[in-house]
Design a protein around this ligand. Structure first.
Ligand code: CTP
Ligand code: CA
Length: 227
């Protein structure tokens, strides 16, 4: 089924795709992360590559094998990801941010393994905001470049999605409703609604992430055609 889906033409386009859940270190052996498997981002990288794009996949640790022919840049933290993306963004035509980026990082990182003490039954962890990568990139964006975000929402999908699209100056946002049990973070299937700055939306069926990725790449190639 996945291969039966037509994929748009991205010949000659250079794309950055991010994937996986970032890790925010507490100490040498511990980190905070999220449930992202990286499957959606890897599927997008593969679909873009099949469509003829030159793809760089910037990836947080996952259990996945990168698609053949794609340049892989491994990262761990949101700060690493921000550096990797902002360094490369000026040289590409587009950025697809499928990574599940941590919103907060520990205020400090311990050099040694944190010890528990007999006096304290509680441990208070202070976090600070991470940089918003799409927001940083919005300030670097040239007219020929497109940026695409993903948003997982548990409520008010379209309203929250449209706000993010505007705030981050995106050309498209793939929004999915993670309150549904049949789709989402760790499974093989997904369902997304593509939102656009002019307010129009396009809903995909529930389908394997590989199919959703091809549909997304079709939309991306249309966006380039409209530039
Ligand atoms: N994103 C980013 N940098 C961050 C956080 C998120 O670039 N520090 C990107 C994600 O990769 C995604 C998009 O922004 O493509 C939307 O992420 P989401 O978590 O839905 O939105 P937030 O702006 O973090 O808002 P909130 O989590 O509060 O809903
Ligand atoms: Ca977030």
């Amino acid at each position: 089924l996945a291969t039966a889906v037509p994929t748009g033409d991205l010949t000659g386009k250079k794309l950055l795709v991010t994937a996986g859940g970032t890790r925010e270190r507490l100490d040498p052996v511990r980190f905070l992360t999220n449930d992202s498997s990286g499957k959606m981002g890897y599927a997008v990288a593969a679909a873009a590559q099949r469509a003829g794009a030159q793809v760089t996949l910037i990836t947080a640790p996952t259990a996945l094998v990168a698609p053949a022919g794609v340049t892989v840049v491994p990262i761990e933290s949101t700060q690493d990801l921000a550096t990797a993306v902002t360094q490369r963004f000026p040289t590409v035509d587009g950025l697809i941010m499928a990574a599940a980026v941590a919103d907060f990082q520990p205020l400090t990182q311990a050099n040694q393994k944190i010890k528990k003490s007999p006096e304290n039954d509680e441990f208070v962890l202070k976090l600070k905001k991470t940089p918003d990568i799409l927001q940083l990139v919005a300030g670097l964006k040239q007219p020929h470049q497109i940026t695409v975000g993903f948003a997982a929402e548990t409520q008010h999908l379209l309203v929250n999605g449209q706000k993010k699209l505007t705030k981050k100056h995106l050309d498209m946002l793939a929004a999915n409703d993670v309150s549904r049990s049949d789709i989402g973070f760790n499974g093989d299937d997904n369902q997304v609604t593509f939102l656009f700055p002019d307010g129009h939306t396009h809903e995909t069926p529930v389908a394997p992430k590989t199919t959703i990725a091809s549909l997304l790449i079709d939309q991306v190639s249309q966006l380039f055609a409209q530039k």
